[in-house]
Write a protein that binds this ligand. Structure first.
Ligand code: ADP
Ligand code: MG
Length: 255
């Protein structure tokens, strides 16, 4: 299977000589094309730092991160934003839709910035909106649509460039359990039906149970890995609960 993401011996330190925090400590793993991988771990274990280094928002202190063989630790800083727009999609906790843009314009944003042709943008937005069942609300503004429709819009925006990898940091973190379930089912659908490769941080065992594989991290290192394999979601959920208990029970971020 083709490797989409390779994290090789990544280290990330914060601070200076006197007071150094090792946020990521020699971490290595791979994500294959079409995989849906979860990352769980206690607060402060390095989850956001890891996602930020993969999203090129933060630089690694040592090691390499490859997206389809391209080492993003070697990409020229001037080209990094373009690299990010062309290769990565993001689903944030609060969706980050821009209030002054229509749903259509929000979904189209990355293509507009990349100066794609208007006809091509319109076609792509329409196609993805149909796939996600939001073709009727494209002319509306975010404040005119429901929470569930905003979620779909956020997913459509993450998918619009056909990103090699979708990164999600606690996408269900701020939602009630019903909305959280709707969102994770949609993300799972992006993975299963559209073949999107997804790396998702979550503290929630139910959300995590939709993944193919979970990396548990602790003190900046991979502590263990769980693979769903032939287990059904309920069985996988119970296995996740066991590891969470081992890690200290509560993985919720203290905010
Ligand atoms: P998580 O997302 O798992 O809660 P983080 O990646 O946010 O963990 O943090 C990992 C460690 O790195 C923590 O000890 C945190 O205090 C530290 N850290 C994160 N960001 C910074 C920063 N900008 N400056 C200094 N220390 C940081
Ligand atoms: Mg975090």
């Amino acid at each position: 299977m083709e490797k989409i993401l390779e994290v090789k011996n990544v280290e990330k330190y914060y601070g200076n000589n006197g007071n150094v925090v090792k946020a990521i400590d020699d971490m290595s793993f791979e994500v294959l094309k079409g995989e849906f991988v979860g990352i769980m771990g206690p607060s402060g274990s390095g989850k956001t730092t890891l996602l930020n280094t993969i999203s090129t928002i933060d630089e690694v202190s040592a090691g390499h991160i490859l997206i389809e063989g391209n080492d993003l630790t070697q990409v020229d800083q001037k080209k990094i934003a373009k690299f990010r727009r062309e290769n990565l999609g993001f689903v944030f906790q609060d969706f980050n839709l821009l209030d002054t843009l229509t749903i259509h314009e929000n979904i189209a944003l990355a293509l507009t910035i990349n100066r794609h042709k208007k006809s091509e943008i319109d076609n792509r937005v329409k196609q993805i909106a149909v796939e996600l069942g939001i073709e009727d609300i494209l002319k509306k503004y975010p404040y005119e649509v429901s929470g569930g429709q905003k979620q779909r819009c956020a997913c459509a925006r993450a998918l619009i460039t056909n990103p090699k990898l979708i990164l999600a940091d606690e996408p269900t973190g701020a939602l009630d359990s019903r909305s959280a379930q709707m969102l994770i089912e949609m993300i799972s659908q992006l993975n299963k039906a559209l073949g999107a490769t997804i790396l998702m941080v979550t503290h929630d065992s139910f959300t995590a149970s939709y993944c193919d594989r979970i990396l548990f991290i602790n003190d900046g290192r991979i502590f263990t890995e769980l693979i769903k394999g032939d287990n059904n979601r309920k069985q996988f959920f119970n296995q996740i609960l066991d590891v969470v208990a081992l890690l200290g029970g509560d993985l919720r971020d203290v905010r």
